[in-house]
Design a protein around this ligand. Sequence first.
Ligand code: C2E
Ligand code: CA
Ligand code: CA
Ligand code: CA
Length: 277
Amino acid sequence: ITDEYLKPYAIFKSDMKDTYVDEMEICSEFEEGIEKQEFQVFYQPVVDAKTGKIVSAEALVRWFHEQKGFISPGQFIPALEKGGYISELDRYMIEKVTGCLDQRRAEKKRFVPVSVNLSWMDFYDENMLEWIVRGLKKNNQNEQKIRFEITETSLAAIGENHTRMLMHLKENGAEILLDDFGNGYSSFGMLQDYDFDILKMDISFVRNIGVNKKSESILRAIIDMAHKLGIRLVAEGAETEEQAAFLRANGCDYIQGYYYYKPMPEAEFLQLLEEGK
Ligand code: C2E
Ligand code: CA
Ligand code: CA
Ligand code: CA
């Protein structure tokens, strides 16, 4: 691992293209990548819209391939889904995040809830779900700090049995987030059928703040509706002061976006928490 890997921000400069790797190659190098610890958990803080204080975080996977360099999740996640490897990766992420949470708990240090992304494929892996539930049962329900994010598109793709399993996670104290809300075709049906704890508004709405009046109205309506349903709301992808101000003014609860924090390695994230950010 070179120095560059330890300075992840350098990698995200706009002139740095991530390496293109074809799907077959991604799948054939995945297991070795796991063994070599090429996968890392990055944490992106989510802040309280009013105070700017960190209230939670999202765990996002990063692959720093020994030879190929940085490969973006937008590229390898779909490939791993096609190849049937995604659940192994999600399990790895859950293990890492749980390990971190458990350690903080043992050391009696400040911590915030962290959400992990689930793929629709995870719902076809009964062993995995049982494994997650066993993990949840080890902790007191009231102090569960792990959360699960699932997109409405994924939920629409899985049958009713599987969504029942999602609620099983909830019964064991884990909060469930509906991700990319408003981006699919069945957003309202989803709200009708399940009790989500938190909605994450699709990034496209925030992108259109100050650009498209209609989008702004939809955004306000979503905030209003979520609150009427007693659901908290995260706006994802805020990059500017204007966007953050709009969200604040319109009563959005939480914000996640580059304007506040980019995804970062665990040590940096823990440092922010130590500093009381
Ligand atoms: P997502 O779950 O919608 O995650 C949010 C994405 O938005 C992340 O991209 C994050 O880095 C990015 N983002 C956050 N704030 C901003 C902003 O202000 N501006 C812009 N332009 N982007 C922002 P990332 O990390 O590249 O992940 C892409 C997708 O890959 C995720 O979308 C998620 O669907 C998937 N993914 C990432 N990690 C995992 C994982 O561990 N398991 C699974 N199954 N999927 C994952
Ligand atoms: Ca997510
Ligand atoms: Ca999202
Ligand atoms: Ca997404």
